[in-house]
Each structure stands twice: as C-alpha cells, then as structure tokens.
Design a binder for this molecule. Structure first.
Ligand SMILES: *Cc1c(COP(=O)(O)O)cnc(C)c1O
Length: 238
C-alpha cells in the first residue's frame, strides 16, 4: 500500500469525529449528517481504502472519469455514486447509467433530459439542484431567482425525485466566510419546500475546509475530498 492509502482509514475516522463534534455543537444527532467521499482524481486503491473504512457514498466530478474507473465499483457493493460536477446535456444518458444520484442539476433542459433517460432506464432518479450563491460568474449552478421554477419542473418530472439542494460557495481562506452562503441555502431549501408542498430533506454543503460550519448551518451531507485522500495535483482539479 502506498503511504497515502495507508493514511486513509485514520483520516476517515478523524473527519467523522469532527462531524460528530460539529453536530453536537449545533444540537443535532450525528446520524443526521452523511459523509460523501469525493474521489475525483483518485485511483482504485484509495477508493477501496475509504470503502473498507466504512464509506458508502462517493462523489465524482466527471462522467468520463467515473466511466473509466467504474469497473472497480463491483468491489464497492452497497455504495452510492454521486455526480457532483457540472453535467453537460449531451452526457445525460451516460450519467443516468453510471450514477445513483445527480447532485448538480442546474437547468430545466438538463432535468428534462435526465427525466427522459431515467424513463428509458425504467428507474426513479434522485437528484439535487445545484444553486449558485456567489457573485462569481464562472461558477455553475442555478441563480436563486430561477430556483422556484426549476424545482417545480423537476417536481413535475415523473422519473426524477428532487431530494434537496447543493452548493459550492466561493473559496474563502477563513471558513467562517462560507457561513452566510450555507445559511442562505438552508433558507432557500425551506422556502422551496414550502412552495412545492413537499419535503426537501437534503442539504449538500461543506467541503474539507468548511464542513463544520456547514453542519452548524444544517448540512445533511458534506463532501470531503482532500480531508480523506490528501492533496490533489492542482491540474486535475476542475
Ligand atoms: C472537489 C469537490 C469537493 C471536495 O473538495 P475538498 O476541498 O477536496 O474536500 C466537494 N464538492 C465538489 C463539488 C467538488 O468539486
């Protein structure tokens, strides 16, 4: 085992401990918060080590990358693979075949495609809407003012099951800087659920440097990459 792989079980345990502490601080049961290990750019051994440490949810950013790695999924029985990166419409069919949940739906056009391919595959596809909360123009996700309409149209898709919202706030050196984005996502979730008359239990927010703040603000899922697997080579990052 390469040294980085050997470090993974301990890293998973430390992240889980910090998750429990953050949940306790905010008066929430630790079981309320799910750990998604972000395995983009990681190889089979690293993913297997996280699985052996009890991780059952994995996040990947790119359809093609996971397609190449998917052969190993056979040894990861019972896992759910989440697409957490931007999905182009022309890859929607493959995404439906490859992922258990799509966490980055950001347009009605994409939702319509996913619904069509889920129908063909005869499965109900759980999805999240990715919301773009910062002023940075290059980030993906839907603008908050368009959220209601997208949520309604997904709600009306027979083969999609809208579970909640996801966001990636802009990088801040101080993780406290993410707090108001997390709070805003929770408020948008509450408002959208009220309008739909349908619970939206999932809030996917928080990464290695700010997941504790996200849990304090109501995250039900945190997406942790480097905190589990160590540093990524910058070039491979989207
Ligand atoms: C890479 C990535 C993460 C994990 O980031 P870390 O800082 O490595 O924990 C979480 N969410 C998304 C959408 C990502 O692309």
């Amino acid at each position: 085992m390469p040294p980085e792989t050997a470090a993974i079980p301990g890293a998973v345990e430390r992240i889980r401990q910090r998750m429990r502490d953050a949940a306790r601080r905010s008066g929430r049961p630790a079981e309320d918060v799910l750990l998604i290990a972000v395995s983009k750019t990681r190889g089979a051994e690293a993913i297997q080590a996280a699985y052996d440490a009890g991780v059952r949810h994995f996040g990947e950013n790119r359809v093609q990358e996971w397609e190449g790695k998917k052969a190993q999924a056979a040894s990861l029985a019972g896992s759910v693979f989440h697409l957490i990166g931007h999905l182009q419409r022309n890859k929607a069919r493959r995404a439906v075949a490859l992922f258990g949940r799509i966490d980055s739906v950001d347009s009605i056009a994409l939702a319509t495609r996913l619904d069509q391919f889920a129908a063909e595959a005869d499965r109900i596809l759980p999805v999240l809407i990715e919301v773009h909360l910062s002023e940075e123009p290059e980030k993906t996700g839907i603008e908050p003012r368009m959220l209601g309409e997208l949520a309604r149209s997904i709600h009306d898709c027979r083969y999609l099951n809208l579970r909640g919202l996801m966001t990636v706030p802009p990088w801040r050196d101080d993780p406290e800087g993410s707090r108001h984005y997390f709070r805003q996502l929770r408020e948008l979730r509450d408002e959208t659920a009220r309008h739909l008359g349908h619970a939206l239990p999932v809030l996917s927010m928080g990464m290695t440097h700010d997941f504790e703040i996200a849990i304090e603000e109501g995250a039900t899922e945190v997406r942790v990459g480097t905190g589990i697997f160590g540093g990524r080579s910058g070039s491979a990052d989207p």
